[in-house]
Design a binder for this molecule. Structure first.
Ligand SMILES: Nc1ncnc2c1ncn2[C@@H]1O[C@H](COP(=O)(O)OP(=O)(O)O)[C@@H](O)[C@H]1O
Ligand SMILES: [Mg+2]
Length: 348
């Protein structure tokens, strides 16, 4: 079998692997057998539960496009097949098809899965590139001590450009390392204010801000740092769309009771808390309009295309929704979030 296959027993300990699995784990059969499966393979709790249920029901399970992490910490987008062994009902056979491979075999790789696996790949690369970069920039700084002013321009350029690459890599890393949000009851206006003040001192110094807040907005159940990051990213894009002449950014909050969303699993949810970041710039470029939330999609010469992808991921992790409406002189990004659960209001 050309793809990793693992047999594990009733105690979730590995009892057999094929050579492809040895390659996948980067470990020998001997060292793998007897290991607790979930120590070798990190997946989220929900998936683990599905695995347990499949065993309980002697059922097969197919899961597409999950991110798996092995102990050597590389992230890999995979399709999984799980089935009970016919001669030993307690043991399960797990077949892992890395999506790259599956895609090549069936030619059905979608753009989405390509960008997701690109993130896993990029995360690994990031790690490997940062070390030599630090070396390059350090060497350039040492060199600069004994150079003439003319030559100094060149070492400065090396230092500046390596710094730029490191920043890009950090964004990629931030994406890969994003933790699930640490949910607390928080005031959205505090976060928006903080973002505005910080933006005004930096990339949005040339913009005028208008605030249109609903002071009675109830608290959101969110991660303050992560939501701040989202709003900063959106303000940054708005400021960058305006160009050097400047423009107006309107920050608006309001309550919309009727905003509902239906998820793929058919669960419906109300997302009544609205935050809008609106600018009067030229609007989204026509050619990338339909996929601006995908990673690495950028309409800028030196953009990373990660700002909106990260924002969208964070909002999705909050069970919220990020949407956009764009016309030539009005672009509105809207964050819609759920209210904090009612029982929280009556605490202490
Ligand atoms: N407010 C906006 N007005 C016009 N275009 C925008 C706006 N926000 C985002 N975009 C477009 O979406 C692209 C992706 O944004 P983003 O993911 O933040 O990446 P980056 O800013 O690094 O290019 C931008 O390059 C830009 O073309
Ligand atoms: Mg951006």
């Amino acid at each position: 079998m050309p793809v990793p296959a693992i047999v594990y027993d009733a105690k979730d300990s590995i009892s057999e692997v094929n050579p492809a699995a040895e390659g996948f784990f980067n470990a020998s059969r001997k060292s793998l057998i007897g290991n607790y499966l979930w120590q070798r393979l990190q997946v989220d709790q929900k998936l683990k539960k599905n695995f347990t249920n499949a065993r309980k029901n002697s059922a097969q399970l197919f899961v597409n496009e999950v991110n798996l992490r092995t102990t050597n910490s590389s992230l890999c987008l995979c399709n999984l097949k799980l089935a009970p062994l016919s001669d030993d009902k307690e043991s399960m056979l797990l077949i892992i098809s890395p999506v790259e491979l599956a895609g090549r075999m069936t030619q059905t790789k979608t753009a989405k899965s390509a960008s997701k696996s690109a993130i896993g790949m990029a995360e690994m690369l990031t790690h490997e590139i940062k070390n030599p970069l630090a070396g390059i920039s350090g060497a350039a700084q040492l060199l600069s001590m004994s150079l003439s002013p003319k030559e100094l321009e060149l070492t400065d350029l090396i230092v500046e450009e390596t710094h730029r690459i490191v920043k890009l890599l950090e964004q990629v890393e931030q994406f890969g390392n994003l933790q699930s949000p640490n949910l607390k009851e928080i005031n959205l206006h505090d976060i928006i204010d903080k973002a505005r003040r910080s933006a005004e001192l930096g990339y949005a110094a040339h913009m005028r801000f208008i605030e249109d807040y609903d002071p009675s907005l109830p608290p959101v159940y969110g991660d303050a740092d992560q939501l701040l990051q989202v709003i900063l990213n959106l303000i940054k894009n708005a400021a960058e769309s305006a160009g050097s002449a400047g423009g107006i950014i309107t920050l608006r909050t309001f309550y919309e009771h009727s905003f509902k969303i239906r998820w793929a699993d058919d669960a419906g949810q109300t997302l009544p808390l609205q935050v809008e970041i609106c600018d009067d710039g030229p609007g989204l470029p026509e050619d990338i309009r339909s996929n601006i939330f995908d990673p690495f999609v950028s309409g800028k010469d030196n953009g990373t295309g990660l700002g909106l992808a990260l924002a969208n991921k964070i909002i999705m992790d909050h069970k919220g929704w990020l949407s956009v409406e764009s016309d030539p002189d009005r672009t509105v990004f809207r964050i819609s979030l759920p209210r904090a659960p009612a029982d929280l209001y009556h605490k202490d």
